[in-house]
Design a protein around this ligand. Sequence first.
Ligand code: SIN
Length: 514
Amino acid sequence: MFMPKSDVVIIGSGLAALVAANRLCMEKNVIIFTKSSKYNSNSMLAQGGVAAAISSDDDWSTHFNDTILAGCGHNLESAVKALVQEGPRYMEELIQQGMQFDKDEAGRIKLGQEGAHSIRRILHAGGDATGKALVQFLLKKLCNKVQIIEHELAIDLIVNDGSCVGVQTLDEHSQLTSYYANHVILATGGCGGLYEHSSNDHSIVGDGYAMAYRAGADLIDMEFIQFHPTLLYVNGHCPGLISEAVRGEGATLVTKNGRKIMEGQHPLLDLAPRDVVARVIFEEVKKGESIFLDITMIENFSSHFPTITSLCKRNGISPSDGKIPVVPGAHFMMGGIKVDSYSQSTIPGLFAIGEVACTGVHGANRLASNSLLEGIVFSNLMADFILSQATRPVSQKALRDERPTVQSKNQLPTKEEIKEMMMKSVGIVRSKRELEEVVMVLEPYIQLKPKELHFNKEKICLLNMITTAWLIASSALHREESRGGHYRADFPDVNKVWDHRTITRNALEHAVVN
Ligand code: SIN
């Protein structure tokens, strides 16, 4: 039986994966797997940039406070400190390696403004194409240094004697392979694709959470999903994101008749934290309003926001008309696989980085442009940790291709049913009754294994969707309060002023689901 072995296996090909591979590949043999193409990741779609306190007017403590305030005090302070203190150093390192960020006429790095940041501190590349520029830069650097295997789905982690020693994959020809490695890194991104309205790449449906759950890893804070206020909305669909940087440059949210909907809602108006803005839009839409971004005040919109301009045009919207139709949609998972400061999960040998991991930095609501920074900082810290470790023995017990001879009779809910249910009952506004119903509908499928689904790729992805949806709904049911990205209509008091000195992540028993 073919049982390939490498030092490091990384599952996923977004920014966090590429940063880790870039640091590890000089000393380690690295294989990257991705279930679709290496260009299908949320990082590729990231329009907002990287938040880092690099300006002389800024400092890490201001970035720290903004992160904690946006996170409603649920953040793990030591992780936030690592993020904001190490961030500028790793950004400088990327720039030294040749990464080009946008500059002003004087040749200084241009810093943008986004919601809930108290100062301009967002680095962009290609205007609104920062994620794509970073991915392309790193892919070029990695060329011929790491093996990137595309269109191969990781279906389960291999755990022997309590340690993760590899991953079982399914290729395009339904061939199963067990890859063994000293270090297995999940970098599979989030789960926006579980929702009808989402900014995420269509392939991002929560595979990493489901695999980690099946393997027995702890997951944490799964109820905290960030709904981005402004997804382009055309004919009932959301073909992409309209970056918060557009509001950063002055755009306002208005009704068809031009009423500014954020007036009287929050002192920061259109740049209030995302959960606040998303809920205001949600309530307006519920009342039958259509909501638009008024961009008439932004000069040279198309050169400032080329990606958004072409997204609008491809979908029949002309930015020169001055109004872009928007709705909120699932954008980012703040929770995930519970990891320590070196991205180690609760299973030895298994690491998690990027959105699939919960380092604790984002708390209950992520501050804009902190996600690419998290990918950069924690992947580097993890890579340095791995490089400092002695190689551990890996027991390669062969997994057999045990396919049942008859097809499973399990009739899983469809993708569309799951997305509709999540949007309606585990979305921007939640309640006990609806959450209980979702948990009850999904629970019967959770114990299924890929083997029982005859290693059918579509069905395994559906099982992953169901498992992750169930994890979110059960965690949301458990948390009887409203905080950040988790809003319970039956516990609506969000008017507390979250103070990180008195309300910490540990002040509440939070949902650790395993
Ligand atoms: C945006 O550009 O609005 C999204 C950036 C982010 O989520 O940080």
